[in-house]
Design a protein around this ligand. Structure first.
Ligand code: NAD
Ligand code: DAU
Length: 332
């Protein structure tokens, strides 16, 4: 039995990872530490509440006494998802991104080092590499060139993780994944925003000309990649994660509207995002070759599964729309 401390487990990827991990490793004890910001949704893990081997702790990764208290119990692995994750919000106000993503991560690293955690998986992003033109892929040796306050904060946290390995020999690993989609994603991000708005016949905002490219990965494939990294990843290494599913934003929107049998008249081209990165695309050869990771979902299969989930969970969407999802009574 291992004790896993997962940060940000009420968010999109963290909650999907929690479900994934409890299914694959029911013997492990998982502590879900989450601050319940606007992005933390207790509905995402409601089925796990009260189950053996699961504990929710309401708190901040930057709260060192709390982190020390949790680590003192004997944590084997930290999987660090918690972050401010939305690029548009970071453009509007970068400060919270520095506090959580940079300072919070450094404090978490320090507690984990002090308490001799055996492995620390830092979940980072392909956005730290900046943007690509029409050719080429990001590899693990692509120089970091973050363009948004969000990606600058993630790149800074990556540098601290690197420094903890280089300076103290702390067993940390970094993953850099492309855009995820799937169940339980907060509808501020492109795919859940389109699905939930299209279901209600509301307009679909596309930034600029819709020709920006993202490399989409179904969230379960990201979870299986992190599982490989926990089990076999080499300390000090970086692993890129991506499924070779490049699509323009316009293609993504059109495929969702087609699947939902909605008119493309819903599309509305709006003002572009400031500093909008043109193209992301991942070379995942290293994790495939060294850790034997193979993604399972094509974009077509993943998007069908995702749309089905949103159609089958209208109450999840309604509780976000009316704000009742974030009532903190009864948790913590
Ligand atoms: P999310 O915004 O859905 O969830 C973030 C979670 O972290 C929320 O539950 C929130 O309450 C919690 N949190 C925020 N600040 C906290 C703090 N100070 N202390 C404790 N908990 C805090 O994010 P996501 O999309 O699930 O992303 C998870 C991680 O994966 C992030 O680190 C992100 O940078 C990275 N990532 C995301 C994607 C993507 O496409 N979504 C792709 C690659 C990497
Ligand atoms: O690449 C990984 C990153 O993917 C993660 O690190 C981030 O946490 C995650 O939010 C995501 O960042 P993006 O900025 O790529 O995701 P977002 O869903 O915000 O936007 C995807 C694309 O769609 C981007 O080119 C902007 C565009 N867009 C987005 C929204 C919300 C629109 O055209 N209209 C919109 O309303």
């Amino acid at each position: 039995m291992s004790v896993i401390l997962l940060t940000g487990g009420m968010g999109f990827i963290g909650s999907n990872f929690l479900h994934y991990w409890k299914k694959q490793h029911p013997q492990d004890f998982v502590i879900n530490l989450d601050l319940l910001t606007y992005a933390g949704n207790p509905d995402n893990v409601a089925e796990l509440e009260g189950q053996a081997g699961y504990q929710f702790v309401h708190g901040n990764i930057g709260d060192t006494p709390l982190m020390d208290q949790l680590m003192k119990q004997g944590v084997d692995v930290v999987v660090h998802f918690a972050a401010e994750s939305h690029v548009d919000r970071s453009i509007h106000d970068p400060s919270g991104f520095v506090i959580t993503n940079v300072l919070g991560t450094q404090r978490l690293l320090e507690s984990a080092r002090k308490h001799q955690v055996k492995k620390f998986v830092h979940v980072s992003t392909d956005e730290v590499y900046g943007t690509l033109g029409s050719e080429g892929l990001f590899t693990e040796t692509t120089p970091l060139a973050p363009n948004s306050p969000y990606s600058a904060s993630k790149a800074s946290s990556d540098m601290f993780v690197r420094a903890y390995y280089e300076t103290y020999g702390f067993p940390a690993v970094i993953t850099r994944c492309s855009n995820n989609y799937g169940p339980r994603q907060f509808p501020e991000k492109l795919i859940p925003l389109i699905i939930t708005r299209a279901i209600r016949n509301e307009s679909i905002p596309i930034y600029g000309d819709g020709m920006n490219v993202r490399d989409w990965l179904y969230v379960d494939d990201h979870c299986s990649a992190i599982e490989r990294v926990i089990e076999h990843g080499e300390p000090g290494q970086v692993y890129n994660v991506g499924g070779q599913n490049e699509r323009t934003n316009l293609e993504v929107v059109q495929s969702i509207l087609l699947e939902l049998d909605k008119s493309t008249d819903l599309i509305q081209f709006v003002e572009d995002r400031l500093g909008h990165d043109q193209r992301y695309a991942i070379d995942a050869a290293k994790i495939r070759k060294e850790l034997g990771w193979v993604p399972q979902y094509s974009f077509e299969a993943g998007i069908k599964k995702t749309i089905e989930w949103y159609l089958q969970h209208p109450e999840w969407c309604e509780r976000i729309a009316d704000g009742s999802y974030c009532k903190k009574d009864g948790v913590g």
